[in-house]
Design a protein around this ligand. Structure first.
Ligand code: 5RP
Length: 237
């Protein structure tokens, strides 16, 4: 039995994520209230934030999921909630797809509802990713958090919008994925997403839907940081 050795591509991706996360932390200044997104790329930003905190920097983090909260606690990042702060200086979050205008698909980790609240409350929304997330047009299935009792109705509405909805199934749990907020996730494929903002609004207006994973409404206050093997650069701001 040998050890698992990361392939060249895997380690390239990890390096890219690290560089994107590290770069984002350069935008965090002493005294800031910082939204902490969910996912592996944000972990690298938290790693450096933790070092800075040990060296005397004072910040408060607002986590977007149990995952973000657990990791931030492990790193010793002081935490608060949106009850304590309704205006954040900055939020750092990942994405699953990014188009050239900075429109996003998020929600692989089923955290998009809290991520949207934090994105909405922050002055600067910093998106960190590796280059594999960039696409000319959004096309990934759109994660949609919906209350369980409205899932069938929401799926019907999504089919009327020419979507192909599938309830997300658990891994190591039978039946639907249950989100941090106690709801279900529908992943909905659309043949073409030509107007992300219009689709975001339309999906978010379906009764029972809390939030879809299309983030097109925040492009005006977004910085997109794309990491690579050696460093990272701002793709859009
Ligand atoms: C979770 C998300 C994540 O931010 C997104 O999936 C990116 O994750 P990663 O940085 O691990 O690639 O939207 O709901």
């Amino acid at each position: 039995m040998g050890m698992t050795v990361p392939s060249a591509t895997e380690s390239d991706q990890i390096l890219s994520k690290k560089h994107a996360g590290y770069y984002a932390v350069e935008l965090v200044k002493d005294g800031m209230v910082v939204g902490l997104g969910t996912g592996s790329t944000v972990f690298y930003a938290m790693e450096i934030l933790a070092e800075k905190i040990k060296n005397g920097m004072k910040i408060v983090g607002i986590p977007t999921s149990y995952q973000a909260e657990c990791r931030a606690r492990a790193y010793g990042i002081p935490l608060a909630t949106l009850h304590d702060y309704t205006e954040l200086d900055i939020a750092i979050d990942g994405a699953d797809q990014i188009d050239p205008k900075g429109n996003l698909i998020k929600g692989r980790g089923a955290a998009q509802t809290q991520e949207r609240c934090v994105a909405s409350a922050c002055r600067l929304f910093v998106v960190v990713a590796d280059a594999s997330k960039m696409t000319s047009q959004l096309s990934a299935p759109v994660p949609i958090e919906v209350i369980a009792s409205a899932a069938t109705l929401a799926a019907k509405r999504l089919r009327e919008m020419n979507g192909n909805p599938q309830v997300r199934e658990g891994v190591k749990k039978d039946g639907p994925v249950i989100t941090d907020n106690g709801n279900w996730i529908i992943d909905c494929t659309f043949a073409k997403i030509t107007d992300p903002l219009a689709l975001e609004i339309q999906i978010n207006n379906i009764p029972g839907v809390l939030s879809c994973g299309i983030f097109a409404e925040f492009t005006g206050k977004s910085k997109i940081i794309i990491g690579n093997r050696e460093s990272a650069e701002i793709m859009l701001h």
